[in-house]
Design a protein around this ligand. Structure first.
Ligand code: B12
Length: 224
């Protein structure tokens, strides 16, 4: 059900009611619209990428360093969370899974909506995801990777200053004997950079692209 190939509506117009409800921050209406799209045959991937991500991109000018409308953005954030609950009603905390990942937004970055979606997508695929939350020190994330036996470390980054934190991950993993554990990055600020520039193994375009990469890694298939 997560794949992009479904019989449901796929045009931008089909997602306009979702975009409209999101932009006014009406979380109840938004959850109802998302539910209807799912019932019409849309995949979760379409709702996230064509709906949520597209709409959030339209909020760019309300969330810059110069101009910042906190209340409006927070209402939209709450609305995004309501859609995530519609898409993943079973929650996200399997204690056993096909493999374990650790995920966080690193120190200095408080954005977590995208990270939460990644966690849900992976949990929906049967993986165990240990979420260290946002504003997380590099050492805490690496410590969790060691403690939990993680097979990959995932990092979400939305603001440019967090790039320097991401570059500290690989040396910190190496120092703990975890040089073999891959690092996967995503989020608006990180996906503008190539893996070499971040010193990570893969930069995901979106949650589903990241999940495909991780599926291949866990199954031992060569990276595409
Ligand atoms: C919502 C928002 C906020 C909310 C965050 C609420 C929350 N709980 O997350 C609040 C109001 C708190 C906020 C604060 C700020 N924000 Co803001 N914010 C946004 C906004 C509008 C949307 C981000 C979002 O949630 N998108 C929706 C999610 C679903 O998308 P996503 O995160 O990209 O995630 C998807 C994929 O990228 C992927 N993904 C994400 N992470 C990962 C990780 C892995 C491993 C994988 C596989 C995939 C993956 O999966 C998701 C689903 O596909 C963006 C604009 C934008 N276009 O991104 C600005 C934006 C990120 N913010 C920005 C700024 C400047 C700020 C502030 C500094 C503003 C200020 N004046 O203080 C503060 C930052 C404070 C801090 N220290 O962190 C800038 C950053 C610019 C830059 N390059 O540095 C942006 C780009 C706006 C802009 N155009 O200037 N913000």
């Amino acid at each position: 059900m997560d794949g992009p190939h479904t019989s449901g509506p796929s045009t931008g117009a089909a997602f306009q009611p979702l975009v409209d409800a999101l932009l006014v921050g009406d979380h109840k209406l938004l959850a109802a619209v998302a539910q209807r799209l799912i019932e019409q045959g849309c995949s979760r991937e379409q709702v996230v990428t064509d709906g949520l991500e597209h709409a959030m991109g339209l909020l760019d000018d309300k969330c810059t360093v110069e101009s910042f409308n906190l209340l409006e953005i927070m209402l939209v954030g709450r609305a995004v969370s309501s859609v995530v609950r519609v898409l993943y009603p079973d929650g996200y905390a399997p204690t056993q899974g096909r493999a374990t990942f650790v995920i966080a937004t690193l120190e200095g970055d408080v954005h977590d909506l995208g990270k939460n979606i990644v966690r849900m997508v992976l949990a929906g695929k049967g993986f165990r995801v240990v979420d260290l939350g946002r504003d997380c020190p590099v050492d805490d994330l690496v410590g969790a990777a060691q403690r939990e036996g993680a097979v990959a470390v995932l990092v979400s980054g939305l603001i440019s200053p967090v790039v320097s934190q991401v570059r500290k991950l690989r040396p910190a993993l190496r120092a703990c004997g975890l040089a073999h554990v891959p690092v996967v990055a995503g989020g608006a600020a990180l996906k503008q950079l190539r893996p070499e520039a971040l010193d990570v193994d893969y930069v995901a375009e979106n949650a589903f692209d990241g999940a495909h990469y991780l599926e291949r890694h866990v199954s031992g298939a060569p990276a595409a």
